[in-house]
Design a protein around this ligand. Structure first.
Ligand code: AP5
Ligand code: MG
Length: 213
């Protein structure tokens, strides 16, 4: 079973997916994380995707479907998978539906956050170069500045968190990703959660929305 977690860049998809995975036992599958692993490892996929990601544009649908299928193949179909960052356009939503015999979409939840807050979240985000954990200089600061609470790795900025790429990413969400909301509305599985407020209160609402409460 699949739960699609969608929202603009900086909406808190990764933060919430980590909480849900730790507390509810869902399996998190982030296509952004999978791509960044390829970039770090210098694979063929990483070489194709790295520059596109840095500009804030979408990587090709074919490559993404390959990654999605590979990653899903490692997860038993009995588990509920939280998809963070896929689908990002209608073609990807339709591609995901081709897997519905083994991976039906149970819910698609939007984390809704206004653009001005997204920009400040992304400019203040710091990520761990070792384990990928995410912090924010003001909202979720690490205990020691520049050092990851979880693994003591060094914190830095994501290459696509510069102002130019952030503007491109936000536009891509509005023009290309937002249409998938109607796609899931029409299928009767769409839900929406206010993504502002502290992460714990967002978590409570999101968890209820996923469970259909
Ligand atoms: P991806 O890695 O998915 O990036 P994104 O969608 O731009 O989203 P982010 O990871 O930036 O934000 P998030 O929603 O996870 O927020 P987070 O929890 O970190 O994709 C990167 C790139 O890969 C794409 O641009 C594209 O190139 C490529 N790609 C990936 N999937 C693809 C696909 N399917 N097709 C094509 N290309 C694809 O939180 C952000 C910050 O806010 C953090 O600092 C956090 O601490 C803080 N924060 C979180 N929650 C709160 C809160 N409640 N209050 C205050 N601060 C908060
Ligand atoms: Mg993320």
């Amino acid at each position: 079973m699949i739960v699609v977690l969608t929202g603009a860049p900086g909406a808190g998809k990764g933060t919430q997916a980590d909480l849900l995975a730790a507390r509810e036992g869902y399996r998190k599958l982030s296509t952004g994380d999978a791509l960044r692993k390829h970039v770090k490892a210098g694979t063929e996929i990483g070489r194709l995707a790295g520059a596109v990601m840095e500009r804030g544009e979408l990587v090709s649908d074919d490559l993404l479907f390959r990654i999605l299928s590979e990653e899903l193949g490692t997860i038993p179909t009995s588990e509920t998978v939280l998809l963070d960052g896929y689908p990002r356009n209608l073609a990807q939503a339709e591609a995901l539906d081709t897997l519905k015999a083994s991976h039906p979409v149970r819910a698609a939840v939007l984390l809704d956050v206004p653009r001005s807050e997204l920009v400040s979240r992304l400019s203040g985000r710091r990520v761990c170069g070792s384990c990928g954990a995410s912090f924010h200089v003001k909202e979720q600061p690490p205990r020691v500045e520049g050092i990851c609470d979880k693994c003591s790795g060094k914190l830095g900025q994501r290459p696509d968190d510069n102002p130019g790429s952030v503007a491109v990413r936000l536009d891509v969400f509005e023009k290309t990703t937002r249409p998938i909301l109607d796609y899931y509305r029409n299928k009767g599985v769409f839900r929406e959660v206010v993504g502002t407020g502290d992460p714990e209160s967002v978590y409570r609402q999101l968890n209820s929305a996923i469970k259909g409460k």
